[in-house]
Unconditional design. Structure first.
Length: 456
């Protein structure tokens, strides 16, 4: 399961010329399915998402993400944490994040949930990125934790910063820098960052440009950036595997389907944070490339700031690709557990069908039969899903529904390329012969039953 097809190499934009994916130890899929009965374009999903309605804290593993009485926060960027073997010592990390919504204030979250020893962070800075390892001169703001300029995060814990007055734009690049003055032990990372991040010796977090930094493609310790925005309507969490994580999308270009969903929401005038909780190689039922979706669901989905909706995407494909796969009914039972947990939290659950994967390295007829059964369940009237995102119908070849439409296949028959990710967001609209995705205002009727209470 910890394989990827060399035909789907992550390509880079012109600015990203350095060797990239160091630190990525697992590259794998998460995909989806067959058949068609109940279709949903994400443009309809936009309507679903829209009409449905400050002190620092060091968090232990079981502690809620936001303290009671906290000012309303909405996530604008997130990654799902994983264990790694990477270590740092007396180095500055500068990491670039791409927001989904803007705000007038921000805060960050630093995680040591998979660490092997306490980690101290010093000279933490938030700035506007100007490209590469540089930040916009004069934009940097010092980030504090309970008023202090440093914070030590225990093993298994996390730290949420104080409020930083900071004008963050929607779909803009921010840079978070911090100095690690002592050995960190094994770092908590998100491995498939698909974005250049930077490491430099010494404490240079306050410098506008780092001098000859090393470059990697993972995120280390940083898992969340939240904003305050009075117009925010909530956040949607996309939970999945490599398709959600954006594997085989253009490197450094923010063309993962959750990024494209954020763009669609913003262009339609809706302030909804889109949080990517994909982990390449992740499974629904068993731990491997990160904890299973079942085991990480509370932290990575339910506890996200301002969450109102959860989309479950491609995790079950990796279960089906296992040499000894679980039955379709076991996977359906796992999905039902997530639906129940979401509803118990007062949130809405959007199910995604599984995209085709015939021709992929781990395809079998047994896996295909399981995909068909899961998709039939998701499309069924008794699934419990509040809505359906039909990624299967959006991407399969009409002449062979077990395979991708060739234009959407990155080449490994498991992951979409850029055109395929765009098709996921446009859903069935283009397949109906339209040239463009419709404005979400044309499909607001989907939203009637989708109201829920925001969480902070």
């Amino acid at each position: 399961m910890n394989h990827h097809d060399p035909r789907c190499v992550i390509t880079r934009t012109s600015e990203d010329s350095q060797p990239a994916l160091e630190g990525i130890t697992t590259l794998l899929p998460g995909h989806r399915g067959t058949t068609q009965r109940r279709r949903l374009a994400i443009s309809a999903l936009l309507a679903v998402l829209v009409i449905i309605g400050a002190g620092a804290t060091v968090l232990r593993p079981t502690t809620s993400r936001a303290a009671a009485g906290d000012t309303a926060w909405t996530g604008t960027w997130a990654v799902a944490p994983q264990a790694s073997g990477a270590t740092f010592n007396q180095q500055t990390l500068r990491q670039v994040v791409h927001t989904t919504i803007g705000g007038t204030a921000a805060r960050i979250r630093l995680s040591n949930v998979f660490g092997s020893q306490p980690v101290t962070f010093v000279d933490v800075q938030l700035a506007q990125s100007s490209g590469g390892s540089s930040v916009v001169a004069g934009s940097s703001r010092t980030v504090t934790f309970n008023g202090a300029g440093s914070v030590t995060v225990p093993v298994g814990g996390a730290a949420v910063s104080d409020t930083v007055t900071f004008a963050a734009g929607a779909e803009s690049d921010l840079a978070v820098s911090f100095y690690l003055p002592s050995p960190t032990g094994n770092a908590t990372q998100h491995q498939l960052g698909n974005q250049n991040n930077y490491v430099a010796p010494g404490d240079v977090a306050g410098q506008a440009t780092l001098s000859n930094p090393s470059t990697g493609g993972s995120y280390s310790f940083l898992t969340n950036v939240d904003v305050q925005n009075s117009a925010a309507e909530g956040a949607v969490v996309a939970l999945g595997a490599s398709i959600t994580d954006g594997y085989a999308s253009s490197y450094g270009a923010n063309r993962r389907w959750p990024n494209l969903l954020a763009s669609r929401l913003n262009s339609a005038g809706h302030t909804v944070g889109v949080l990517n909780a994909g982990i390449s190689g992740n499974d629904l039922l068993k731990d491997g490339a990160g904890p299973s979706a079942l085991n990480r669901f509370q932290r990575d989905a339910i506890e996200q700031p301002g969450v109102k909706w959860v989309i479950l995407s491609d995790d079950p494909l990796n279960d089906l690709g296992d040499p000894n796969p679980p039955s379709a009914q076991q996977l359906i039972s796992g999905i039902q557990q997530l639906i129940s947990a979401t509803h118990a939290a007062g949130l809405k659950f959007i199910c995604s069908t599984l995209t085709p994967f015939k021709g992929a390295f781990y395809w079998t007829q047994t896996g295909e039969d399981g995909r068909a059964a899961i998709n039939a369940f998701i499309r069924g009237a008794k699934s419990g899903c509040d809505h359906v995102l039909d990624q299967d119908v959006a991407t399969h070849d009409p002449s062979d529904v077990q395979t991708f439409l060739p234009a959407y296949d990155c080449g490994d028959h498991l992951h979409p390329g850029d055109a395929g990710y765009q098709a996921v967001v446009c859903g069935t609209w283009r397949r109906a012969g339209r040239r463009r995705c419709p404005a979400s205002s044309r499909v607001l009727t989907w939203l009637v039953a989708m109201r829920s209470t925001a969480r902070t």
